[in-house]
Design a protein around this ligand. Sequence first.
Ligand code: NAP
Length: 239
Amino acid sequence: MRLQGKIALVIGAASGIGYAVAELFAREGSTVIASDITTPAQGYPAGIEAAELDVTSEDAWAQIVSGIIAKHSRLDVLVNNAGIIAYEPLHELEVKAWDRMIAVDQTGVFLGMCEAARAMRGRNPGSIINISSIWGNAGVAGAHSYQAAKGAVRNMSKNAALTYVGAGIRVNSLHPGFIHTPLTDAQAPDLNTVVIASTPMKRGGTPMEIAYGALYLASDESSFVTGTELVIDGGYLAQ
Ligand code: NAP
């Protein structure tokens, strides 16, 4: 019961890492509002509240957070996890594809942090966890727009951490390595083989291995932790 009594909003919760985070947070005593543009085929575990949200919509963000405040009086934790991936190298990237990536993976995080900061400031301390990636820290060929967005999420988290440190809002980024999810299952098998072979542990991680990192950052156990980058990657970035 490491999150007993907390109110947590998990974004991109219908699948992969977000689903594991929602499941684990609920198991650890949190009230969980699980949100996505889609609903999980298997439904959410009992007790989890489902809500629809497209992270690119400012109005939808305002609505979901005000609904949580109206119902639960506060918001303690936001996990900004929704994301898409694309592999185009710079010279093949069209502006439309660039705009879509930035809208979901970067602006979505910006809008979520704005609403959470407004809800948490002056009301209660809170924890914001932004899911970046190892590609937010290290370079990789191709995937230009994804790297741009994930690198920005890393810096945006540090900026918000310092801006709101006096308001008791902690902001951290979490950087997964290769994780087995529907997102990576849909990728070219050859690509996945290369990334796993480059991972010192020689395997991909599970969504739950990331969820445990999010649990630490959401809980009061991490009360002295803000502006940091929690890397969970089987040793990839240690190389
Ligand atoms: P996933 O299984 O595809 O889950 C992401 C969820 O976000 C999906 O349900 C997706 O819906 C949803 N989503 C997409 N666009 C959205 C929008 N505009 N508004 C709200 N929700 C939206 O992927 P995952 O692997 O768990 O990834 C979760 C996060 O971890 C992402 O930010 C990803 O970049 C990051 N990450 C993943 C890995 C990895 O190896 N898996 C590594 C590093 C970082 P749809 O399915 O309908 O698109």
